[in-house]
Design a protein around this ligand. Sequence first.
Ligand SMILES: [Zn+2]
Length: 226
Amino acid sequence: MQNKNPLNIILLGISGSGKGTQAKFLCQRYGLEYIGTGDLLRTFAKKDNPASRKLKKDLSEGKLAPTWLPFYLWMDKLVEVDEKKGILFDGSPRKIHEAELLDEVLDWYDRKNIKVILIDVSEKEVFKRLINRRTCQSCKKSAYVSQNQGDSICEYCGGVMHTRPEDNPDAIKKRIEWFKKEVSQVIDFYKKKGMLIKVNGDQPKEKVFEDIINAIEKNDNDKNTR
Ligand SMILES: [Zn+2]
């Protein structure tokens, strides 16, 4: 069954929601192909072409990538994914027209088994996590430290972990506002279609993962008995 109708997951959540960790857990559990907007953009920015150079400059100035670019990168990756393999979309879509377009694309690929999971975290918790987030200068992995701890050492590569400039209180507040304004439309879009699964992200990551698994499997059972 899994093969004929592979599971596809669209993972939504603000930065600091633990989305990356859950994406990793879910890909392992269900053998999904990972399509992550952040990774794709970073890889693309390293290439040597006019668009990559412009993107690199934009990102270094803290600007968001234009909407069409993540889409172009997803599509480029999607054309190669085996039809029997499920896909996990991490960090997408961010705007309502991206959600609509992604819907059309998945429909064309005949991918009907789609779960949209929102990792819902309170503003207070997001703020607390991001203010205590340190990012490795070498491998770019992030970790959360205890309150007011300074620079530390990366557990993956031994590099120096520091606070990224965009993790200052004002920038964090702006990001929360942006998420509420833009992504809430995407959330409503999926809610109206009856596709949204909301999970409490304020809990420890193992519990969040358990809730996601239960929600996915319960959702499947509900559909089968309907
Ligand atoms: Zn590192």
